[in-house]
Ligand binder design. Structure first.
Ligand code: ASP
Length: 295
């Protein structure tokens, strides 16, 4: 627990340093997330969870509330700071890579391999009862697991002196994820959203459910169109996620500095810092934010 409080404090102080010296919300978000990507206790950058094949595949996104410009990367395997790469996508896109017609990738060899694989799969599926049961078990297996662990994706939201909001999220995704699976974290509007007119949001939890409820954009919409405050809008979206058996939480900040941490998981490591410069952190669901002093 002490390590988590200390890790969160470090991230908060790094972000605050940027803001206190007149930096932008985007740079503060990056600074905070960079600290957590370096810290192996968080599921982002170093220390990210493993895929089914024993690899680390990282997803990240960032959004600027002033311009609504956003960038994201998914499934990256050799970039030290995925959040910085997402920001390069935001600022430098179109990214100058050579593009080709998708047909360019087609070769007969690979196509034949695909056909063989599909034939095999057909055989497996023909063991019908077993397959169905297996699918059901996989669901049952995933959900309790998701419920118990405190989501380790990292995120940051910031408001700078010019009133600009920004949000960023970085993750290794879910433990044992299958090849190419990407969750909500690199999806703008699901895991990340920022708009100066409303809120900045970063989410963690069962990514598929956050995508299906357009979670981060949903908070923005409720705040904008229904006039709900950050807590009310966040709670309503978490309820929608709970209704489809999703779990997790969000960090939300509005352009007036109001913030909320709605969640339906047992806990979510979280913290906040304002112009007084004192980092406040908490871990469990019912815990109040407090200033943690290392012994
Ligand atoms: N939301 C992430 C994902 O689904 C996982 C997490 O937050 O731990 O990839």
């Amino acid at each position: 627990q002490a390590e988590y409080h200390a890790g969160l404090q470090k991230a908060l102080l790094a972000g605050n340093k940027v803001l206190a010296s007149g930096g932008t919300a985007i740079d503060a978000v990056k600074a905070a997330i960079n600290e957590m990507e370096l810290n192996p206790i968080f599921n982002a950058g170093r220390g990210a969870v493993f895929t089914n094949e024993g690899k680390n595949e990282l997803d990240s996104s960032i959004m600027d509330g002033k311009t609504l410009m956003a960038g994201a990367v998914a499934g990256v395997t050799n970039i030290k700071h995925p959040i910085n790469c997402a920001d390069i996508v935001r600022t430098k896109s179109p990214h100058g890579a050579e593009t080709v017609d998708p047909k360019w990738f087609l070769t007969q060899n690979r196509y034949d391999q695909l056909k063989k694989a599909q034939e095999k799969e057909q055989v497996i599926l023909d063991h019908d009862g077993a397959t169905k049961k297996k699918t059901a078990n996989a669901e049952l297996y995933i959900d309790p697991l998701m419920y118990d662990y405190k989501y380790g994706t990292v995120g940051a939201v910031a408001l700078d002196k010019d009133g600009n909001l920004a949000a960023g999220t970085s993750t290794g995704g879910m433990t044992n994820k299958r090849y190419g699976r990407i969750g909500d974290s690199p999806v703008i509007g699901a895991g990340t959203y920022a708009n100066n007119k409303s809120v900045a949001v970063s989410a963690t939890g069962s990514g598929e459910k956050f995508i299906r409820t357009s979670a981060a954009f949903n908070v923005h919409s409720r705040y904008t169109h229904l006039g709900e405050n950050v807590q009310k809008a966040g709670d309503a979206v978490i309820k929608e996620i709970g209704d489809i058996k999703g779990t997790g939480g969000m960090i939300i900040l509005d352009a007036k500095g109001n913030f909320a941490f709605p969640m339906n998981s047992g806990g979510m490591h979280r913290g906040m810092i304002d112009s007084k410069g004192v980092p406040m952190t908490a871990m469990f669901g019912d815990e109040q934010l407090r200033h943690f002093k290392a012994k």
